[in-house]
Design a protein around this ligand. Structure first.
Ligand code: PMP
Length: 389
């Protein structure tokens, strides 16, 4: 039965991790992997998460089923974080817990196809490589447009707007809420306003992927653009992840919110989300969502989470500033957000850094800035600049 299957390419980033692990050099540097690393190079469990896990262990009374929507209180607590306090009671916006941001993206894509089998979605390039399989697998047609100009390190905003002008009512637009992966180049507030205007004028439907809220410029700041477009749009989808800002990657914590035109439409959307979720994972895993719920429901734990999140954000900003200060050709890195930036290197230069310096980054020259420690950042910048010369 399986004879007809074709060999699949293994994930490029996983291959990179294997190469790095096999490199015996002590001074090797891994800027490939896309998780947060602290100054000591680890990805520790947040204090508030550890504390909430203890509470969960001691107080949980049953592991009976929760249902396809997952933990409703978790969803209620995430809603104001993404949309702001004022929108928390907006009945046009409904949400369900999902297995991470990936689950939210996939569920959103399934909902889109169910609502309109001919739907298409505008996607800026480059984008996170998993966007395409997650969205196209469900059957949504992707229409690519430029997003980032590597030569100038700027967003190709005019080209993006030209593409969106070609959209028709009901077309979707994929937007990164903050900390764009892989470029780090986020839309300015003015650019978000321009997108909100075109979305409202043409009846486009934003599909916002907000997976790094709080790791760019702060929790509120990182949601400002998302709030602008969601407010302007008659209908929208928002795929949210807690996996990075709570550091619970493997526990798969996320949510999908959908804004419908009115409250009764939102009820119908909710019913469809539940029946679609049932065909994919039936119910999301509970542990991580329960932990996030406990943190957000407890003032002390919430404050501690915010403090640790701000620390992570501060470390990202500090490494960015040091890279940017090393050479004027890297200055743009300080204006970008989140863990990722793309260096002005060719693939050959990336491979040479791997061989000569034990520096492991994706072939695209995307780096995770917190793969660097306070000690390694200078040597890393020197090696990169040497290859650029
Ligand atoms: N969106 C983007 C842009 C991402 O980079 C990621 C994770 N790398 C996700 C969504 C999904 O995150 P997860 O499923 O781990 O919550």
């Amino acid at each position: 039965m399986f004879d007809g299957l074709e060999e699949q390419k293994s994930d490029a980033l996983l291959q990179l991790i294997a190469l790095c692990n096999a490199d015996p050099r002590d001074e090797k540097i891994d800027v490939g992997v896309g998780v947060y690393r602290d100054a000591a190079g680890g990805t520790p469990i947040l204090r508030a998460v550890k504390a909430a896990e203890k509470i969960l262990l001691e107080t949980q009374e049953t592991k009976s089923y929760l249902g396809s929507a997952g933990d409703a209180r978790f969803v209620d607590l995430i809603k104001p974080i993404v949309f702001g306090e004022a929108a928390a009671s907006d009945e046009r916006i409904v949400g369900v817990q999902t297995p991470g941001g990936c689950g939210a993206l996939r569920l959103g894509a399934e909902l889109i196809v169910k609502a309109n089998p001919n739907a298409r979605i505008f996607v800026g390039q480059p984008t996170w490589p998993n966007h395409q399989p997650l969205i196209e697998c469900a059957g949504v047609e992707m229409v690519s447009h430029p997003y980032y100009d590597r030569a100038t390190h700027e967003i190709a905003f005019d080209a993006m707007m030209d593409a969106l002008e070609g959209g028709k009512a009901g077309d979707l637009v994929l937007l990164h809420g903050s900390c764009h992966n892989p470029t780090g180049a986020d839309l300015s507030l003015d650019q978000w306003r321009a997108i909100a205007e075109i979305v409202a004028r043409k009846g486009l439907v934003p599909f916002v992927d907000i997976a790094y809220q709080g790791l760019g410029n702060g929790l509120e700041e990182d949601a400002a653009g998302t709030r602008l477009v969601v407010e302007a749009a008659d209908q929208a989808l928002i795929a949210q992840s807690c996996d990075k800002n709570f550091g619970v990657y493997r526990d798969r914590v996320g949510s999908l919110f959908v804004k419908a035109s009115d409250a009764s439409g939102a009820g119908v959307v909710m019913g469809n989300l539940l029946s679609l979720a049932r065909t994919m994972w039936s119910m999301p895993p509970d542990h991580g969502g329960a932990v996030v719920r406990i943190i957000l429901d407890d003032q002390g734990l919430r404050a501690d989470w915010r403090a640790e999140l701000d620390e992570m954000c501060g470390r990202i900003r500090a490494i960015r500033a040091r890279l940017a200060g090393y050479d004027e050709r890297l200055a743009y890195i300080n204006d970008q957000n989140g863990m990722f930036s793309m260096l002005p290197l060719t693939k050959d230069q990336v491979l040479a850094l791997r061989k000569d310096n034990g520096i492991y980054m994706a072939d695209s020259a995307r780096i995770n800035v917190v793969g660097l420690s306070d000690e390694s950042v200078e040597g890393f910048a020197r090696a990169v600049v040497e290859k650029m010369d």
